[in-house]
Design a protein around this ligand. Structure first.
Ligand code: G1P
Length: 272
């Protein structure tokens, strides 16, 4: 059973400047809730009991958001509006935080979760990918494969060829409908990777991944890439890919962010 999840939320969000100068991408509103809350809820709906959020110096707003606001509560009480206090922002899960002191990439951020994972398998959810799944939450879909294989499982989805350069891209052999045994992965390929399976921001790792996160060299963009550690993992263990059922929205892309906000509005206001 996977009970722990790491949510890396320390990036600069450069694709979404200038707003990310002051508003972290993870706090972009989708309706009245920030993006990261949807990811925390997905983790909870999948059975996660402890979450480590990796923040950076400029992300204190995330820590504040998931906490009580005494000031707001006493204000509402004084105004006889206590009924508004029902604070949906405080999730029913133990949250831990750590800071990534240097912007060294996703691989470095996940590496900081080594003591949190304590030698157990764990999940990683990237909060800029919001997956609207009809039935089973995206992470739970990966957990179901983990339960059968006890190996690492990477969330994938099929994207258009011209989009592949923006993602980690996996190749592998289908062993079931929507499940591949992976044999290669490349971060942001510059040549045809021979596959259209892009990594979506959902992962389950055995603790072996830390061996490689501790030994990789900087890769694409001069950053420590999680993808490079996954590639090393193939040498030691099997790694599976699960094509996730559901629609993925990358909130770092303006068009997908707007589509997601529309989707949320329509689904909460009864429109199709
Ligand atoms: C990261 C990963 C990439 C993955 C993507 C999913 O890239 O490095 O492999 O496909 O998330 O969103 P980033 O979006 O940080 O450039």
């Amino acid at each position: 059973m996977i009970k722990k999840a790491i949510i890396p939320a320390a990036g600069y969000g450069t694709r979404s400047l200038p707003i990310t100068k002051v508003v972290p991408k993870e706090m972009f509103p989708i309706g009245v809730k920030p993006a990261i809350q949807y990811v925390v809820e997905e983790a909870l709906d999948s059975g996660i009991e402890e979450i480590l959020i990796v923040v950076s110096r400029t992300k204190n707003i995330i820590v504040d958001y998931f906490d009580h606001s005494q000031e707001l509560e006493s204000f509402l009480e004084k105004k006889n509006k206590s009924h508004l206090i029902n604070d949906q922002s405080i999730p029913n899960v133990q949250l831990h935080y750590t800071r990534q002191p240097f912007a060294r990439g996703l691989g470095d951020a996940v590496r900081l979760g080594e003591t949190f994972a304590k030698g157990e398998p764990f999940a990683v959810l990237l909060p800029d990918d919001i997956v609207i799944a009809e039935e089973t939450p995206a992470l739970k879909q990966l957990m179901n494969i983990y339960d059968q294989t006890k190996n690492s499982v990477i969330g994938l989805n099929e994207v258009k060829r011209e989009e592949l350069k923006n993602y980690g891209v996996a190749t592998g052999r289908y062993i079931a409908k929507q499940v591949v045994k992976m044999n290669d992965i490349v971060e942001k390929p510059t040549t045809d990777p021979g596959s259209n399976l892009a990594v979506i921001g959902r992962y389950i790792f055995t603790p072996t991944i830390f061996t490689y996160l501790n030994s990789i060299e900087p890769g694409v963009g001069g950053e420590y890439q999680l993808t490079d550690a996954i590639k090393c993992l193939f040498e030691k263990e099997k790694v599976y890919g699960k094509i996730v059922n559901g629609k993925r929205y990358d909130i770092g892309k303006e068009d997908e962010y707007i589509q997601l906000v529309n989707h949320y509005y329509n689904s909460t206001h009864g429109k199709q």
